[in-house]
Every structure is written in C-alpha cells, then in structure tokens.
Design a protein. Sequence first.
Length: 131
Amino acid sequence: MKISRADAKELATFQQLLRDGRTRINMEFDLLINELTSALALVNAAIEAHNVRVQDAAAFVNRVADGLRDEYDEKSERWQESDAGQQALAMVEAWEEADLNNVPLVAVLEPDTPDVGCDETLALPLTEEDA
C-alpha cells in the first residue's frame, strides 16, 4: 500500500511550505527579541541617568534639611514654641520628609519561542514499509 505520486508530491509541497513558515516565524521571533533587547537597554539607560539626578536632588534636599534643622535647633526654646518657630518647624519637617525615590529598572520577560512543529507532523509514511 502506498499513496499516489500526486499525493506524495502535494505532501512534499506542504512539508516545504511548513518548513519555510517555521523558518520565517523563527527569524521574525529573533528580530523581535533583538528589538526588545535594544529598546529595553535604551529605557534602562534613561532610567539610570534619571536615578543619578534623583540621587543628586536627594543629596541637595538632605543638605538643606540638615542646615535648616541646625538653624532651628540653635534658636531658643521660647522662639521654637512661638508661632514663627512652629512655622519654621513645619518647614524643616517638610524638607526632612521629602521622599525622592529611584525609578526601578524595567525588566521584560523574554517570550517563549513559538512551537512551530507542524511540518514535523507531516513527516508521514509514503508506503507501508515507511510506517
């Protein structure tokens, strides 16, 4: 028992089309991964540069807050309890409580490679001896 030549030829055509399709999908998938990797690197470089500025700003805020605290602490207890002292304390505390946070780096999970094994499914026997 065996399949006809026309069917064997058509099977071979489908096998080749599916192999070509798998090759194309894998190629496009590789391009996608490369583009994601490049884009991710650019985004994370921008985030890292921003975080350096955040740290610089945080150091500035801490320096000013320390100076304001020192100035406030040098004032008399009477002044500290006055309306002006309470307003100054609110200002000092606002500077001390300023919260500058780094932006976390972005992580992109690599998508799974698509399983394009349908051309292997068509590896069918042409004769009973092939089975």
